[in-house]
Design a protein around this ligand. Sequence first.
Ligand SMILES: Nc1nc2c(c(=O)[nH]1)N[C@H]1C(S)=C(S)[C@@H](COP(=O)(O)OP(=O)(O)OC[C@H]3O[C@@H](n4cnc5c(=O)[nH]c(N)nc54)[C@H](O)[C@@H]3O)O[C@H]1N2
Ligand SMILES: Nc1nc2c(c(=O)[nH]1)N[C@H]1C(S)=C(S)[C@@H](COP(=O)(O)OP(=O)(O)OC[C@H]3O[C@@H](n4cnc5c(=O)[nH]c(N)nc54)[C@H](O)[C@@H]3O)O[C@H]1N2
Ligand code: SF4
Ligand SMILES: [Mo]
Length: 721
Amino acid sequence: MAEVVHRTCPLCEAHCGIAVEVDRDAGTVLGVRGDEHDVFSRGYLCPKAYGLKGLHEDPDRLRRPLRRRGQDWLEIGWEEALSLVAESLGGIREQHGADALATYLGNPNAHDLGSILYGPTFQKALGTRWRFSATSVDQLPKMVSSSQLFGSPGRFAVPDVDHTDYLLVLGANPLVSNGSLMTAPDMPGRLRALRERGGTLVVVDPRRTQTAEVADRHLFIRPGTDALFLFALVQTLFAEDLVALGHLEPFAHGLDELRTLAKDFAPEATAPASGIAPDDVRRVARELAGAERAVCYGRIGTCTQAFGTLASWLVDVVNALTGNLDRPGGACFPRGPGTPADDTPRKRGRFPFGRWRSRVRGLPEFAGELPVAALAEEIDTPGPDGEGVRALVTVAGNPVLSTPNGARLARALERLEFMVSVDIYRNETTRFADVILPPTGPLERMNYDLVFDTVSVRNNAKLSPQVFEPPPDARQQWWILAEIAGRVNGSGGEAVDDLMLAGLQHATGQEVDPDLPRGPERLLDLMLRGGPYDGLSLAALRDAPHGIDLGPLEGGRLPRILATESGGLELAPPLLTADVPRLRAALADAANGGLVLVGRRNMRSNNSWMHNVHALAKGKDRCTLLVHPEDAERLGLADGAQARVRSRVGEVVAPVRVSDEMMPGVVSLPHGHGHADPDARLAVAARQPGVNSNLLTDERGLDALSGNAVLNGIPVEVVAA
Ligand SMILES: Nc1nc2c(c(=O)[nH]1)N[C@H]1C(S)=C(S)[C@@H](COP(=O)(O)OP(=O)(O)OC[C@H]3O[C@@H](n4cnc5c(=O)[nH]c(N)nc54)[C@H](O)[C@@H]3O)O[C@H]1N2
Ligand SMILES: Nc1nc2c(c(=O)[nH]1)N[C@H]1C(S)=C(S)[C@@H](COP(=O)(O)OP(=O)(O)OC[C@H]3O[C@@H](n4cnc5c(=O)[nH]c(N)nc54)[C@H](O)[C@@H]3O)O[C@H]1N2
Ligand code: SF4
Ligand SMILES: [Mo]
């Protein structure tokens, strides 16, 4: 019998409300529709949501633990698998110390409440400081910047797209990505509404993206130079006396220093490197200052580049200087339902950075983790006394396809003494594991988007019930993580769960509801009840299948929610300003004609892992190299012909698409492809494998300040193949 379950789509940050029609008896999905009653997404959906059916029914999706025996893979039971994992990890730790273990947590962890809650505990339980994640190929620079400006790495100023009059977008393509560090289902509708109320959209990108196509103006920028462009905006604001801090005035520090620093970055000085004409810079600065409500937003393109932290910082600085930080229609701080209330006493201080360093290259720790660009060398370069990573646990990550110099990482994984992957597929990374532990699929578990509540363009809360009862021999992700954490330390998953419960009861001042089962639900209930909204609880969310709207973003929350040492807003924090000389040196790097590579995303794919769903993967090859007509002619590349792309670390061959959507001198290749590994079990993806763009990105290329990988602006040579 057909039934409809309302929940959110867990595939991207937009977390749209969906109505999943199922035949429970058959265990099949009959259809996926947008939930028009969802308080936040109001029926919006992108094509990926239909992929949930394919994902649920995919015969390649793993359902039981796998153990590698030479060339073969055997299904084994959970008890055997978990004992093997605990013994192997425990044994290596005993012999070589905890730092012989490493962990890598990938992106889908952020979309699963179980992982969000139990992941950190699991990492701590292993005792290693060699913790890695997709953070350092993503938003790490923004976190470093936020930690210095606001005192907390997870405090993001989010563009109030629904109320702004002027939106400046750098290095993001929300019409395709559906937004990031900006949870906003239906970006097409929201941008349309902006234009309809007379607002202006300006996009700064080396490619005329789908978002740029609908914008009022698009400015090509040479990759890696956003910090120069943003500093030129800052210089103009000071020079033309347009700085107006508004309510930030009494507690904003560092204004004089900013003014002094900006002097070297006048629009004329930055134009040769950035490619953005001085008049265009001044116009944007004046418009930002003149608009009633304006906001600047930067994402992947501004983070995964050589000056990621400076660019991330200057985005917030521009918003502050124009009086748009912490004000409706500007950049606001969402009030996450599962976060502590504003009046909770907070620890103030200088946020620690570099408390330990990676062994081989000395890269700094941040918020308890090391840059993933260092993972391969920490495995393949043993120290004189045998130091180095010998065992790895990956959880929902595919670093062979998603981190720089994937070929070196693949070779390194082969050397490990032991590897375990918690993952739903045997893919380019997990195929190196000795054991793969598959959790339930996304429709077989409840969820709550704890992370995205803190970056939503509208405060809201929604619970996602599980759609299907998982099969009896399936295990939830939180349970697997708790079991490993417990067993390596001689206890079990329940002991870990009990400790977490005790910790959260203490932190929230709430008593657990004894009727709730073990696991994430009862922890979430504590957080909601102890959070900023009276009356919110698990039960309240259960009564609201289409979500609860908690109102628009608010302004005026600063300085209350700041956790800096001074208690103020630090506009020129020393850790960041110390990196400005490096940027000054880049002024001399005027575009020299060398080709550089950037990435892009595609509407029907999701990083590296939805390519095994036929409904999404079918159709034309999307893994193409975009080349500007002038470059194509100079290089002798014809549309549709194959090109060989080379960088310092590797080469790939990909079909060319000649298009003037590219800035001359810049080529674009999407990441997440390259599914030709014969040991992977991805039958559909293998039919149209594409190439791995991270065979070209260089593990040596880092944003020197944060250690984040440079995935855009890679120097390459392109020749006809
Ligand atoms: N060149 C280049 N590289 C990039 C980027 C870029 O723009 N350009 N973008 C970067 C960004 S922003 C990110 S976030 C990273 C992503 O990097 P990763 O997180 O390493 O990679 P994903 O492709 O998201 O892989 C997700 C993995 O999780 C598995 N999986 C999916 N759902 C679940 C689940 O519910 N549970 C478990 N246990 N496993 C699951 C999938 O099978 C897959 O193995 O890639 C980065 N890499
Ligand atoms: N369909 C789909 N949606 C996704 C994902 C997916 O893989 N597919 N991945 C999800 C994830 S994990 C994330 S983090 C988000 C990312 O979401 P977005 O940040 O919107 O990412 P992209 O669409 O890759 O857009 C990045 C843009 O930066 C540009 N760029 C490259 N280098 C530079 C530069 O130096 N300066 C400037 N100004 N621009 C530059 C590129 O041309 C590209 O247009 O998307 C999420 N949503
Ligand atoms: S935009 Fe698409 S993938 Fe993202 S949550 Fe909505 S339906 Fe899912
Ligand atoms: Mo990401």
